[in-house]
Design a protein around this ligand. Structure first.
Ligand SMILES: Nc1ncnc2c1ncn2[C@@H]1O[C@H](COP(=O)(O)OP(=O)(O)OP(=O)(O)O)[C@@H](O)[C@H]1O
Ligand SMILES: [Mg+2]
Length: 486
């Protein structure tokens, strides 16, 4: 019976030997057995491959033969120390210089094995981890580079895990500029919700854009941040959405636009001033023209009338036989008549009295007739039946736009027909002047030198209105103006 047991045990042991033998041979890890002095007893093929030495070069030699000379003594010293202290560093990784000068990262798992005879041997399992290490190093370096970039940007950067219930989540990372600009430490930031740094008056906008970010994945918007010391900082936010640890996360870059905002305000102020100046100049010019028109009309008109009376008295005093003299006096009277006409023309060109006396519609009718007579361009009018009550400056503006449009038609269009329509509807006044000429081009409209057109636009804008010009080549040009009546 005992014999059979022994037999079975032996057979089992030899099976285990077989399995371990196989394992030893096929393992991808290098394996080595060393005695207490550090001499190599056995190595497997993978071990030979890692160190690029064959079994003859290894077995029987002290294990440090695999390393470069300067590292050999130290390796042996530590090994012997461990043996003496009966403890062994079971697992460690280190960069070694191998016997052939090649630098290699190795991971060791060592363990003592006690032999039945009381001796100890060491089993070392070795892995070449150079590739893993170099990618780890690369990763660490790129992380460092990224961190440097992150902290050296001129803009504040916030990484936020998004959630609606926490007023759009929690900060999970901020850069140095964000801390410096808003006066919170990184730790304080990580306890805040993103809405906490938004100026109270902008909260609705912030919520709106956060929703848009969730929907569209990217938003750019202007908002005002409020620092810890309550200082307000206008910023332009550029946010992107991405998944981080399976959670919706946003990366937001906040650019300080204080200077841009100040420049915008300055620009807005100076263009407002320029507009006010233009309005002022126009009204001064208009007043001057009215004044000169009146003076010419009244003063010169009176002088001419007096002259006319004197000349006709003179004519009456002449004898019938003074024919030559009579002819001269008559010619003088004709000259005075045509001078009176000129004076009237000049004064109404300066400022048509009809505009002040009878209103815009009458002035347009009069001007259109003059235009037709002067240019032979037929002018169709579609006008309201009743005069529109308009403030003097506004009536002047519309009339001047109308005049400039007619002048342009006469000078540039080559048209033979023009249509003018004036309409007042729901406290707006609409004026449209169309011609059937060559058609203005977009470049001509936009040209900085088109001062006549820009002047018309300016006049409309002064009264909160607008002017549009459109041209179709060969079809004609249309000027459309709309101005609020009140
Ligand atoms: N009705 C039109 N038909 C065709 N071209 C036009 C018409 N009105 C204007 N233009 C074009 O647009 C240009 C700009 O017009 P704008 O009134 O600004 O300047 P202008 O008439 O040339 O000079 P001004 O400053 O004396 O008015 C004109 O030079 C002309 O080429
Ligand atoms: Mg012009």
């Amino acid at each position: 019976m005992k014999q059979t047991d022994d037999y079975l045990l032996k057979e089992e042991l030899s099976n285990i030997d077989l399995i371990f033998g196989q394992l030893w041979d096929v393992s991808a890890d290098g394996m080595q057995l060393t005695d207490e002095e550090g001499r190599i007893l056995l190595v497997n093929d993978s071990f030979c491959k890692i160190f690029q030495l064959n079994k003859q070069q290894l077995i029987g030699n002290p294990f440090p033969v695999v390393y470069a000379k300067p590292e050999q003594d130290e390796a042996l010293k530590f090994y012997q120390q461990d043996i003496r202290n009966k403890e062994i560093k079971t697992r460690f990784e280190r960069e070694y210089t191998l016997w052939n000068g090649r630098k290699t990262w190795l991971e060791f798992s060592n363990s003592f094995l006690a032999l039945p005879d009381g001796n100890k041997i060491t089993l070392s399992i070795v892995k070449d981890i150079s590739e893993r290490k170099s990618s780890e190093i690369e990763l660490r370096e790129s992380e460092q580079k990224f961190k440097m970039l992150f902290n050296n940007l001129n803009d504040a950067v916030f990484v936020t895990q998004l959630s609606r219930d926490r007023s759009y989540g929690d900060f999970i990372e901020v850069n140095d500029i964000a801390c410096k600009r808003l006066g919170y430490t990184r730790d304080e930031f990580l306890r805040l919700s993103p809405s906490a740094i938004v100026w109270q008056k902008n909260i609705d906008d912030f919520n709106l854009f956060s929703e848009k970010l969730l929907k569209e994945g990217h938003v750019i918007y202007d908002i005002v941040h409020r620092a810890k010391d309550k200082k307000l900082i206008p910023v332009e936010i550029n946010s992107h959405l991405f998944l981080y640890n399976d959670k919706l996360t946003s990366l937001s870059i906040a650019r300080d636009i204080t200077e841009r905002k100040q420049a915008e305000q300055k620009l807005a102020r100076s263009s407002r001033l320029l507009r006010e100046l233009a309005v002022h100049l126009q009204s001064v010019r208009e007043e001057e023209r009215t004044l000169i028109a009146h003076e010419i009309h009244d003063e010169l008109g009176q002088v001419l009338t007096a002259l006319k009376i004197s000349v006709s008295l003179l004519e009456k005093k002449l004898n019938k036989n003074q024919t030559a003299l009579k002819q001269k006096v008559n010619a003088l009277a004709d000259m005075i008549d045509s001078s009176v006409e000129s004076v009237q023309k000049i004064s109404s060109k300066l400022r048509p009295g009809i505009l002040d006396e009878l209103g815009l519609i009458a002035a347009i009718e009069w001007q259109a007739e003059e235009f037709e007579n002067l240019t032979n361009i037929k002018c169709n009018l579609v006008l309201p039946r009743e005069e529109i009550k308009l403030e003097r400056n506004k009536a002047t503006a519309i009339f001047r736009i109308f005049q400039e449009s007619l002048t342009n038609i006469a000078r540039h269009s080559g048209a033979d027909k023009a249509t003018v329509s004036l309409l007042n509807h729901q406290s707006m006044i609409y004026l449209e002047i169309h011609d059937n000429g060559r058609g203005i081009t977009q470049n001509q409209i936009r040209d900085f030198k088109s001062l006549g057109i820009h002047g018309m636009e300016e006049r409309a804008m002064v009264f909160g209105g607008q002017l549009n010009i459109d041209g179709i080549t060969g079809i004609g040009t249309t000027v459309k103006v709309e101005i609020p009546i009140d």
